[in-house]
Design a binder for this molecule. Structure first.
Ligand code: IMP
Ligand code: MG
Length: 182
């Protein structure tokens, strides 16, 4: 495949994972969830903004009763994270007593998920696991995170597309693009 390059603001990106590969990975995640949670009426907690495309594909492949809720967490400014997580849309109260599957775009250092799991415990969820589109294993700082479902593992490069952004741009790209360092 020809390397397609795009420019977003001050950065150059090139295709890293084509749409067909992403959709295959997403279908695998959905299949596993569907099998594990049959008749358990799972609660999908979607982490805004980045996971909205991934989540909308996953939840429509799980075609039995489930609930869907949203939270919005922010841990990144530009291409950096400092470990501080801000809750911009609170964890919904109706997770109480439910088997929660967090749908997240990327588990990077792991601080965002560590924070959310703590909040779900406080809110009285019966169980909580993570379903992540992607994981950057070389970056992970939090040991023992319950990342039960992973679509793909990624190298360290910053990526955009399929819901992921660079400073608010790039979310609608169908392929995933990785930053080209100059
Ligand atoms: P963590 O707390 O370090 O695990 O950061 C996870 C959050 O950072 C995710 O929710 C992503 O939205 C964001 N993030 C991490 N890596 C990238 C990336 O390469 N591109 C876009 N967002 C990213
Ligand atoms: Mg995110």
């Amino acid at each position: 495949m020809a390397q397609r390059r795009i420019i977003i603001k001050d950065k150059t990106f090139e295709v890293a994972i084509p749409e067909a590969t992403i959709l295959e990975a997403v279908a695998n995640v959905a299949r596993s969830i569907k099998k594990d949670y049959a008749e358990r009426n799972p609660y999908f907690l979607i982490v805004l903004n980045g996971a909205f495309v991934f989540a909308s594909d996953v939840i429509r492949l799980v075609d039995y009763p489930c609930s869907v809720g949203f939270t919005k967490l922010k841990s990144y400014v530009g291409t950096n994270t400092d470990g501080n997580v801000t809750e911009l849309l609170a964890v919904p109260e109706d997770v109480k007593g439910r088997n929660v599957i967090i749908l997240e775009d990327i588990v990077d250092r792991g601080y965002t998920m560590q924070y959310l799991l703590h909040r779900l415990k406080e809110a009285g969820a019966a169980s909580s696991v993570i379903g992540a589109l992607s994981l950057k294993p070389d970056h992970l700082m939090v040991p023992g995170l319950p990342v039960r479902y992973t679509g793909m593992t990624l190298p360290e490069a910053f990526i955009v597309g399929y819901g992921l952004d660079y400073d608010g741009q790039g979310r609608t790209l169908r392929d995933i693009y990785a930053i080209v360092e100059d």
